[in-house]
Structure formats: structure tokens, C-alpha cells
Design a protein around this ligand. Structure first.
Ligand code: AR6
Length: 169
């Protein structure tokens, strides 16, 4: 699997799937979640509501999929990152689950390219360095015959710098 780093807006990425840092309501919010729903249109929210009606809320660490609406991607994989509360062990495991479950779901959809934002490092205040380490570790550990390329999309300079260093190692 090839790993790429891009600085920018994930809604502009032409990948088979982009990942959304959602919340357990699946009904939208701020940050990257707000950007994806705004740019992708109502179809994404409609499918999120259908999922809610079917299974209830999405638990932290889990992932669900919808259409990407009018975005250049095919799918949006919505995963719910942990809110940082200082419990490093528990939060790290939950964040690792986000990457694993998103990648598993992507594989089941025959996704070849997938783009991740820096889950939990915005409104959910997860320390960026630790989150970057977890993201890169999980992606490197995930052996896939299906997924060919993983793109880390960093929005802020600090995350870009962290990922650049991690991916040089
Ligand atoms: N493209 C790529 N990355 C982005 C974009 C974008 N357009 N916009 C922001 N980021 P956050 P969280 C980065 O806050 O911490 C929402 O309200 C941002 O710089 O979007 O997981 C949800 O509904 C940061 O590095 O998500 C939840 O309630 C990263 O995306 C809550 O926020 C994640 O920041 C989730 O919080």
C-alpha cells in the first residue's frame, strides 16, 4: 500500500472513499464533518438518517458508509473518534479502532484509494502527535490486497509537519 500526505481540504480529494470525523449522532457538526456535509449535499445526511433509524447511534471507534453525494469521491466512511479526556490508553485504543474499522469497511467495498483526515485532533482535542503516531501505525499494520493507496489529508500546518516527520521514518 502506498501512503501519501496531502495538505488541504478532504472534500476536494478524488479517492474512492474519504473518511469523515463524525460524531455518534451521525447528523453532522462542525470541522471536517460540517465541510463534508456542506460540500456533498443533502444525500449524505439522508443516508446518515437512514443508518440512524436502522442501527441507532454510531459508537466511538466504529464506522459506517454513505454515498459521497456531489463530492468527487464514491463513498464517505463516517467514523467516530474519541473525545480526549486524558485517558491515554483507552482513547488510543478507540482511535486505533477508527482507522481499523474504516479500512475494513473500505476493503469490503473494494475501495482502492482512501483519504483520512486527522481524526479527533480538532474539536475532540486529541493530542496531535499521539494521534498521528496511531494513524500511521494502524495504516502500516493493515495489510490489504484490495486497498492500494492511503492518503493522509492534513488541514493545519502542525499536523502536516507531524505526518511529514512520521512518514519520513
Ligand atoms: N479537510 C480536511 N481536514 C479538515 C477539514 C477539511 N475540510 N476541516 C477540518 N479539518 P474536527 P474531531 C481537520 O474538529 O476533532 C465535528 O463537529 C482539522 O484541522 O473536524 O474528530 C463532529 O461532528 C483537524 O485536524 O474533528 C464531531 O462532533 C481534523 O480535521 C467533532 O467535530 C479533525 O477535526 C469531531 O471532532
Amino acid at each position: 500500500m502506498k501512503i501519501e500526505l496531502i495538505k488541504g481540504d478532504i472534500t476536494k480529494i478524488k479517492a474512492d472513499a474519504i473518511v469523515n470525523a463524525a460524531n455518534s449522532s451521525l447528523l453532522g457538526g462542525g470541522g471536517v464533518d460540517g465541510a463534508i456535509h456542506r460540500a456533498g449535499g443533502k444525500q449524505i445526511l439522508d443516508e446518515c438518517i437512514e443508518i440512524r433509524n436502522r442501527q441507532g447511534k454510531c459508537k466511538t471507534g466504529e464506522a459506517v458508509v454513505t454515498t459521497a453525494g456531489s463530492l468527487p469521491a464514491k463513498y464517505v466512511i463516517h467514523t467516530v473518534g474519541p473525545v480526549w479526556n486524558g485517558d491515554e490508553e483507552k482513547s488510543s485504543k478507540l482511535l486505533a479502532n477508527c482507522y481499523q474499522n474504516s479500512l475494513r469497511l473500505a476493503e469490503s467495498l473494494d475501495v482502492k484509494t482512501i483519504a483520512f483526515p486527522n481524526i479527533s485532533t480538532g474539536i475532540y482535542r486529541f493530542p496531535k502527535e499521539l494521534a498521528g503516531n496511531i494513524a500511521v501505525d494502524e495504516v502500516k499494520k493493515f495489510n490489504s490486497d484490495v486497498i492500494e493507496k492511503i492518503i493522509f489529508v492534513c488541514f493545519d500546518d502542525e499536523n502536516e509537519e507531524i505526518y511529514r516527520k512520521l512518514l519520513e521514518e
